[in-house]
Design a protein around this ligand. Structure first.
Ligand code: AMP
Ligand code: GLY
Length: 440
């Protein structure tokens, strides 16, 4: 089966490995020369991922039947609509269906209109003055989000990044003046609790769950600093998380099924992997965001332990035939992203980075290349976004964490950092204690 893959990050490398294992013939397009993807692809082309004409030409040239699209940018640009027009079946949402991620207002209004549980209070604005009026009238903390896409970096939380009314207004003004996200601002009620990710495979109607994952969005150890695309993540062998009960998971899956049903009813049925990010609060899971794709890094946790043939899943998602019994190994995983110095604020890029992949595998870990590139001298160098994901895999989170840490030593570069606290018992215990405190 010939599969087109779009994207050159860690998430896409993980997807390409899973496709390769499934026996698919891979045709890859990406904007950077990801060596992991290049090694597995039959053909690849370095091209802008939103350059719809070039991607379609590549698909036509190679007689592609199915496509997997990693990042949200090409979805928003309408790549799926264009590929389907030329007969390529996509395990990814159309431009209209991708609004579940590309417009935070679309998502909140859909959930509200269809009376789906888990929504948070929200109000959206096309100017700063109206937002200020609203802020003056409410008496609870809020979260400020640009409505459109910002690569996970545009969200600021009152009490954490914004300490008073003035700071909040400075940021809201900045969003309008600099057109961050390009579509106005949404102010959301701040949810208190612990976050988890529930991803699902969707075929327009049916859903099949993946293991729960916990991502870490803050740039620095101890969950402080600016929001990032995600610094690392872990899963547990039982596919739950140490602070999430089976009933919480059932509730989050019901919310996602209701969203999938609502989208079909609204005439924009959803196909492809869907990502639900939830805050587990004292009153159950609340929706933080829904993404129209796998999470990155979360894909690097779940795809290496996927037992079901991934190429079949791509086919099933794009043809409406997803069954309920998608299987994953009962293994724990800990993923830590190695990122360029300054990442989250202003990254330094272009530094040489070297990897001993055999030594990494010998530690019980996988390596996924992300935003790295090959320079004119043929050397692997860092880009401005996350560089390399290392995923430890073992029977317990503790062992997986150790495997990951040992393996990470085999990545060498003089301008990188990572969060060593992800997956450690101390950090996990803090979350368990916090949940006990808010939900005794
Ligand atoms: P997002 O890009 O929407 O996932 O937001 C980035 C991070 O900001 C999330 O991982 C949460 O930690 C935090 N966040 C976003 N929305 C909310 C909310 N409504 N309440 C509390 N925290 C939030
Ligand atoms: N890890 C968060 C995201 O992919 O949006």
């Amino acid at each position: 089966m010939k599969v087109l893959t779009v994207g050159g990050g860690g998430r896409e490398h993980a997807a390409v490995e899973a496709l390769f294992r499934s026996g698919a013939e891979i045709y890859a397009v990406m904007k950077n020369a990801n060596p992991g993807i290049i090694a597995r692809a039959k053909e690849c082309e370095i091209v802008g991922e939103k350059d719809i004409n070039k991607v379609c030409d590549f698909a036509l040239e190679h007689n592609i039947e199915f496509a997997y699209i990693g990042p949200e940018g090409p979805l928003e640009a309408g790549l799926v609509d264009a590929l389907e027009n030329i007969g390529v079946k996509c395990a990814a949402p159309t431009k209209a269906a991708a609004r579940i991620e590309t417009s935070k207002v679309f998502m909140r209004e859909l959930v509200q209109k269809h009376n789906i549980k888990g929504n948070l209070g929200f109000a959206s604005f096309d100017n700063a003055a109206d937002a200020e009026e609203y802020l003056k009238a409410i008496d609870h903390d809020i979260v400020v989000k640009p409505i459109g896409l910002t690569g996970g970096k545009g969200v600021k939380v009152q009490g954490e990044h914004l300490h008073n009314h003035e700071e909040t207004m400075v940021y809201i003004n900045e969003i309008f003046e600099e057109h961050i996200g390009g579509a106005g601002v949404i102010l959301e009620e701040k949810a208190i609790g612990e976050e988890f990710t529930q991803m699902i495979f969707v075929d327009g109607k049916h859903i099949a769950p993946m293991p729960l994952v916990q991502d870490h969005k803050r740039a620095y150890e101890g969950d402080v600093g600016p929001n990032t695309g995600g610094m690392g993540s872990y899963t547990d062998a039982d596919h739950l998380l140490p602070f999430v009960k089976e009933t919480d998971r059932t509730e989050s899956l019901k919310i996602l099924q209701n969203i999938v049903d609502a989208m079909a009813e609204e005439g924009c049925p959803y196909r492809g992997p869907m990502y639900g990010q939830f805050m587990l609060t004292s009153t159950g899971p609340k929706i933080i965001e829904i993404n129209a794709r796998f999470g990155d890094p979360e894909a690097m946790n779940v795809l290496p332990i996927l037992e079901t043939n991934f190429a079949d899943l791509i086919k099933d998602m794009s043809t409406g035939k997803i069954g309920k019994d998608v299987k994953f190994k009962n293994k724990a995983t800990v993923c830590k992203y190695i990122v360029p110095k300054g990442y989250g604020v202003e990254s330094e890029s272009g530094h040489e980075i070297s990897v001993d992949a055999n030594a990494i595998h010998a530690c019980g870990a996988e390596i996924f290349y992300a935003n790295v590139d090959v320079n004119s001298a043929g050397q692997l160098v860092t880009g401005t976004s996350r560089s390399i994901g290392i995923v430890g895999i073992a029977d317990t989170i503790a062992e997986a964490e150790q495997n990951c840490e040992r393996a990470a030593q085999y990545v060498k570069c003089d301008a990188i950092f990572m969060r060593h606290d992800i997956g450690t018992q101390a950090l996990i215990q803090r979350r368990i204690d916090h949940m006990k405190q808010i939900r005794p």
